[in-house]
Ligand binder design. Structure first.
Ligand SMILES: [Fe+2]
Length: 136
């Protein structure tokens, strides 16, 4: 395994976090009706968690001597005011994030600190998958 493969995978995760932050901030602004009461704080929290994850992943890329991406993943963010569609899009986003970090973890060898940090993100993505599933 070369560091370049790991850096590439981490950059994939970073782009996905930047997209997730934009997605959750967008849905937080557009969620309507009685569900706004619960879902706005939830989306805000997920946006902030994505920001934190992006910081952690960027730190790992810097540590490896890589160049971190600054653009979000190009996967389209679906605009909607229907909270069910928002949750469906959130679930897809979290599932893809979790799968991505699982792949990243298998590439980290000999850096316990980095492994722990990415594992922490991975577990948080799994919790988000569970949480969104419960909300649907
Ligand atoms: Fe995340």
């Amino acid at each position: 395994m070369s560091d370049s493969e790991l850096i590439e995978k981490l950059n994939g995760g970073l782009g996905w976090e930047l997209r997730a932050e934009a997605l959750y901030s967008h849905y937080s602004a557009y969620v309507k009706g009685i569900n706004r009461l619960h879902l706005k704080p939830f989306f805000d929290e997920e946006a902030s968690e994505s920001h934190t994850h992006a910081d952690m992943v960027r730190t790992a890329i810097v540590k490896l001597g890589g160049v971190a991406v600054t653009e979000r993943d190009s996967t389209k963010i679906v605009h909607t005011t229907d909270y069910k569609v928002m949750l469906k899009e959130a679930l897809k986003t979290e599932q893809k994030a979790a799968a991505g970090y699982e792949g990243v973890l298998s590439l980290i060898k000999g850096d316990e600190e980095m492994y722990d940090s990415i594992e922490q993100i991975y577990f948080q993505e799994l919790r988000s998958v569970e949480e969104v599933t419960q909300l649907m």
